[in-house]
Design a protein around this ligand. Structure first.
Ligand code: ADP
Length: 167
């Protein structure tokens, strides 16, 4: 059997502690975890895809081996297949995430039955954190310490003015 590779896809705009918690949890279950930043520039993003990839690489370099960061566009199952990965990892925060995630998992299974979707739950203290809320609190000048990694806080601080960012 080859290496067991999992893909953890998302927008990560911005990356927060809930995402990192899922990455740390799934890492020991696989030989390699590829964090995949979706190139969907539909809504005005806070950080560009290359900026998000940079931040993730910087942070995951501190977490030890077994992580890789890539960006992708198009069908997720095709990206997963190209990597020779066997699983898609998704985070489930609450029941509210379930319906959408369930539909996605079944659609992806229909598109490629060989790929399994693995759901993971974060530590309770991160279960309310979302990129959307992080952006909103940032826009309004609230304190995000402890909810996003320091490297992300620093880059948020370089963004001027906070009012210019849409949530
Ligand atoms: P997407 O646009 O694909 O939902 P996100 O960056 O918002 O991308 O989330 C990526 C993945 O991380 C999703 O599976 C999402 O459910 C999960 N996730 C987001 N926030 C949290 C959190 N606080 N705890 C656990 N998982 C989370």
């Amino acid at each position: 059997m080859g290496a067991r590779i999992a893909v953890y896809p998302g927008s990560f705009d911005p990356l927060h502690e809930g995402h990192l918690d899922i990455m740390r949890r799934c890492r020991p279950l696989f030989d390699e975890v590829v964090v995949a930043v979706l190139e969907n520039e539909g809504k005005a993003p806070l950080f560009s895809v290359p900026e998000r990839v940079d931040m993730l690489r910087e942070l995951l370099a501190q977490e030890g081996p077994g992580f890789r960061v890539e960006s992708f566009s198009g069908l997720l199952v095709e990206f997963v297949d190209r990597l020779g990965a066997c699983a898609i990892v998704r985070g489930l925060r609450a029941v509210s995430d379930f319906e959408y995630e369930f539909q996605m998992a079944l659609m992806n299974r229909r598109l490629d039955p060989r790929i399994e979707t693995v759901f993971m739950t974060p530590r309770e203290e991160y279960s309310f954190v979302s990129s959307r809320l992080v952006k909103e609190v940032f826009r309004l000048g609230g304190d995000l310490r402890g909810l996003v990694p320091d490297a992300v806080l620093r880059r948020l601080g370089e963004r001027l003015p906070p009012q210019g960012v849409s949530a």
